[in-house]
Design a protein around this ligand. Structure first.
Ligand SMILES: [Fe+2]
Length: 380
């Protein structure tokens, strides 16, 4: 717990974005935000010293600034920092590690119903708070969230975060965003009952093994049904996250609106995370490639939700290389909030920078990889 309460008070109105540079640049509060008790509790989880943070707030009609407490010259509020990707949500190291610990608890053999409810609810609130602090246009760069190769636990956290962010972008209220996060955290809890040799099998499952695997949403629903004070939508999300809009999913083969809305967003978050995750038997795909594959699977997803999802994630991470329709390779320098396919690019060879929002004649063809180069005959 840090010293935020010594410096910021319930009711303060933030006059300029408040950021911290430690352990890395993170936007804490956006300009115009009214500080609430709830936000103060969330800010306490960041590992930073508020004495060192430059802020200006309006308090009871007076302007209160922290600049006199800061020994170093405060940064110009509008000067761009060395921020890695200002458009991406920053997750604190403690949240990332605590989230995986919490997910591990959920999958423990001796966990009680009450512990499942409390742990998943607490974690969903932490996730939602972080997303709310990041602002409406922030993207989730899922690779930044990952701290472990323990797939089941990390995947639960990832899907909770992606589902919550998609729910936010769809304009759902805070309660439903929380439910989406909680359902995402719990969606695969039924895998506890799937034998490990099937769960961790590197190759293709036999028909019999797949039949067992397909029961995990049923097991999840059964387990969660025992928790009385949990919204049914959270339970349905876990039960229906493998259903597909075109009726080709499982366990019940539901169509379209028969599938609960939370399950429809979990289906998208689940597939994206599975494709981009590293497993002992495969590397994680790039975001761009995963999105390409998911576009082919569109019939299975709610198309409106999928289109919104593309605005929630970082498709071309800062520092990655892309090939544009002008045939040149560029390094992704910076994202523009709300425009995930139009980042600022740098041609490292010529030093030329391009802003895809301005240059309507150029767009990204794909990530710079052998496959795309061969497709465009760039290696010849
Ligand atoms: Fe699943």
């Amino acid at each position: 717990m840090n010293n935020v309460r010594e410096y910021l008070k319930d009711g303060d109105i933030v006059q300029d974005d408040i950021t911290t540079n430690r352990p890395r640049t993170t936007l804490l509060l956006r300009k115009g935000t009214t500080v609430t008790e709830h936000l103060l509790s969330s800010l306490e989880k960041f590992e930073c010293d508020f004495k060192e943070i430059n802020f200006v707030v309006s308090r009871n009609g007076e302007i209160v600034s922290n600049s006199s407490n800061i020994t170093e010259a405060p940064a110009e509020p509008h000067v761009k920092t060395e921020q890695k990707d200002p458009a991406a949500v920053s997750f604190s190291e403690s949240l990332k590690n605590d989230a995986v610990k919490a997910a591990r608890q959920l999958f423990a053999e001796n966990v009680t119903m009450q512990e499942i409810r409390n742990t998943s609810e607490e974690l969903s609130h932490d996730i939602t708070d972080t997303l709310l602090l990041a602002g409406a246009n922030a993207n989730v760069c899922i690779q930044d969230l990952r701290v472990t190769d323990e797939y089941t636990y990390q995947h639960s956290v990832d899907v909770g975060v992606l589902a919550a962010q998609l729910a936010r972008r769809l304009g759902w209220g805070e309660k439903k965003v929380n439910m989406a996060a909680q359902s995402g955290i719990l969606h695969d809890i039924g895998k506890k009952r799937v034998p490990l040799e099937i769960l961790n099998k590197p190759g293709k499952l036999t028909d019999e093994e797949f039949a067992v695997m397909k029961l995990h949403p049923v097991y999840a629903y059964k387990e969660l049904s025992g928790i009385r004070d949990m919204d049914n939508e959270i339970k349905l999300g876990a039960f229906e996250h493998h259903e597909k809009i075109n009726g080709k999913g499982y366990p019940r083969g539901l169509y379209g609106d028969q599938i609960s809305e939370i399950a429809q967003i979990l289906a998208i978050a689940d597939v994206y995370d599975a494709l981009t995750s590293k497993r002992p038997y495969k590397d994680g795909m790039s975001s761009a490639r995963a999105v390409g594959i998911m576009t082919e699977m569109m019939g299975g997803f709610n198309q409106r939700f999928f289109a919104t999802f593309l605005n929630c994630i970082t498709i071309y991470p800062v520092g990655s290389h892309v090939i544009c329709t002008d045939g040149f390779s560029y390094r992704v320098e910076k994202h523009v909030p709300g425009h995930p396919t139009k980042p600022l690019l740098l041609n490292e060879f010529t030093g030329r920078r391009i802003d895809l929002l301005e240059r309507r004649d150029i767009s990204i063809f794909g990530e710079d990889c052998e496959e795309i180069r061969n497709k465009l005959n760039l290696n010849k």
